[in-house]
Design a protein around this ligand. Structure first.
Ligand code: NI
Length: 199
């Protein structure tokens, strides 16, 4: 059975077994755009991807299914070389149950970005990378993106902080770029002046 068909199967829930790991050539390909209007099969794929992220953040479900916690997933990580990402970034305020940013983005594109850069204080990780790669991953502090949402509507959104970083990590996957490609191998924690370090 074809990978997409398997993943969008009625009784299939995405697990770590569906996620390909570094070394798989699909992770280095430039993924293809999905057609607009978006085909129903890709809407289903996006739904499964978002459900995976929510499951991975639920301690009980994650334990039961053996999931590593994740805030973003890109279709190429499922060996599907299409421009589809899902993002589920919880609020940093534990009293707020609404996520800070959540959704499925088809053909996401950065149309503008800040001159200021930013990185996460703890570096980055990836569900396709089963090892720690320490170092700052310097990205744009703020981005304006366009995409097609899960209702098939065109959207334009401005992001900053953690959601901006996550979306850039996932869009990188669509272009065959891994987070550690951005790390300075000689000086992994060297930073230029003015780079925002997000705690
Ligand atoms: Ni990743």
């Amino acid at each position: 059975m074809d990978t997409l068909e398997k993943i969008i199967g009625k009784n299939h829930a995405i697990s770590m077994d569906d996620i390909i790991r570094e070394g798989n050539p699909t992770l280095r390909e430039v993924a293809e755009e999905v057609s607009d209007p978006v085909d129903e099969s890709y809407f289903k794929l996006g739904e499964k991807m978002l459900t995976f992220l929510k499951n991975s953040q639920d301690p009980e479900i994650a334990e039961e299914m053996g999931l590593r916690g994740g805030v973003g997933l890109a279709a190429p990580q499922l060996d599907i070389s299409k421009r589809v990402i899902a993002v589920h970034v919880p609020s940093t305020n534990p009293e707020v149950t609404e996520p800070e940013f959540s959704g499925v983005l088809f053909n996401p594109k950065i149309i503008a970005h800040s001159i200021q850069d930013a990185c996460l204080a703890d570096g980055e990780g990836c569900l396709s990378v089963d090892r720690d790669v320490p170092g700052y991953v310097v990205r744009h502090a703020r981005v304006t993106i366009t995409f097609i949402d899960s209702n098939g509507e065109k959207q334009k959104v401005k992001l900053k902080g953690y959601p901006a970083i996550v979306v850039q990590h996932e869009i990188d996957h669509l272009n065959g770029i891994m987070f550690y490609d951005h790390i300075n191998s000689e000086h992994p924690f060297a930073l230029k002046e003015g780079v925002l370090v997000l705690e």
